[in-house]
Design a protein around this ligand. Structure first.
Ligand code: GTP
Ligand code: MG
Length: 185
């Protein structure tokens, strides 16, 4: 499905202006600058359609992309940019699928809040460690285990943490093939 042409088709700032959900959706959430927009590019191997930046806060609206008439990818702004927290939370609830993305810096309080929100709404989610090229593999593994453990305490089911680098391409194919995300397509 990721071979199809990636097409931007809508931008929204509030959930009331979201396009009607006609396709299965995967949303990319996480702190600013974690690599959400870059991951969309890497997954689709279509560079330059989703804009990225080394300055945090580039993505200011919720951007909707589609892959033919098969899948909708949603690029979210980093937490805290352009929205009141409550408003963003409200928008997240509307999204069918959330993919929580976060960095080698580990889970932040807002990441845990999002996990809670998704658990409450039974939104399927996958945690993805980004920018793995910036640390030693042993530290990537350690980080993944730490997150797994921290979530185990209060959650019943947690998908294994996935690890990617949009820069080197490591782990991208795994994420693309992720069964949970593609089974229904
Ligand atoms: P906002 O839209 O501001 O929330 O940021 P974002 O999460 O969309 O991040 P974006 O994809 O714009 O990337 C932020 C910066 O990190 C850019 O300078 C990217 O080139 C860089 N970056 C993204 N992925 C990787 C990666 O896997 N490795 C490395 N080393 N840098 C990366
Ligand atoms: Mg972005």
């Amino acid at each position: 499905v990721f071979r199809n042409k990636l097409e931007f088709f809508a931008a929204a700032k509030i959930s009331s202006s979201f396009p009607p959900p006609t396709l299965p959706e995967i949303a990319f959430a996480g702190v600013s600058n974690v690599g959400k927009s870059s991951l969309l590019n890497a997954l689709t191997r279509q560079w330059g359609i989703v804009r990225t930046s080394d300055k945090p806060g580039l993505t200011q609206s919720i951007n909707f992309f589609r892959l033919a008439s098969k899948l909708c990818l949603v690029d979210l702004p980093g937490y805290g940019f352009a929205y009141a927290k409550e408003e963003v939370k409200e928008s997240w609830q509307e999204l069918k699928k959330c993919l929580l993305v976060h960095t080698k810096r580990g889970m932040k309080p807002l990441d845990y809040e999002l996990v809670d929100l998704m658990e409450r709404h039974k939104t399927p989610y996958q945690i993805v460690l980004t920018k793995t090229d910036l640390v030693f593999p042993i530290d990537v593994a350690r980080r993944a285990m730490e997150i797994q453990e921290s979530l185990k305490k209060n959650k019943s089911v947690v998908n294994p943490v996935m690890m990617v680098s949009s820069k080197t391409g490591a782990g991208i194919r795994n994420l693309r093939d992720d069964k949970a995300e593609t089974d229904h397509l």
